[in-house]
Design a protein around this ligand. Structure first.
Ligand code: FES
Length: 120
């Protein structure tokens, strides 16, 4: 995996999400109880930034028309026919790393971070 460091783990708490621009791409980074996940920061409905939406538990809701997505898989919840595009994520030495070379159509097991803290 050719990933790059994008943010310190300590700067993204459970329940938080934020927008990053990495190599000119808009990326939505979020953390749930299950770990850290990265998606294209673009709602599949009309392309507006999902980073303006809300994250409650495992549910990501777009601010514009309230479409909902599973924050841990990228799968559409309502409606089910639209999914997110995910980027692989890993954590190394306290840094969240995202692989922008592989965009994965969700739902897919793109993963995770929490357990990597053991490396410290
Ligand atoms: S742009 Fe996100 S629900 Fe319409």
């Amino acid at each position: 995996m050719s990933s790059r460091e994008v943010l310190a783990e300590a700067e993204l708490w459970v329940g938080e999400h934020r927008r990053l621009v990495i190599e000119g791409r808009r990326v939505l980074l979020l953390r749930t109880e299950a770990g850290v996940f990265a998606y294209e920061d673009r709602c599949p409905h009309l392309g507006l930034p999902l980073s303006k939406g809300t994250l409650e538990g495992q549910t990501l809701t777009c601010f514009a028309h309230h479409f909902q997505f599973d924050a841990e898989t990228g799968a559409g919840i309502n409606p089910r026919c639209l999914n997110l595009w995910a980027y692989p994520v890993e954590c190394r030495a306290g840094m969240i790393c995202v692989d922008l070379s592989r965009r994965i159509e969700a739902p897919a097991p793109q993963q995770l971070v929490s357990e990597v803290a053991d490396e410290h």
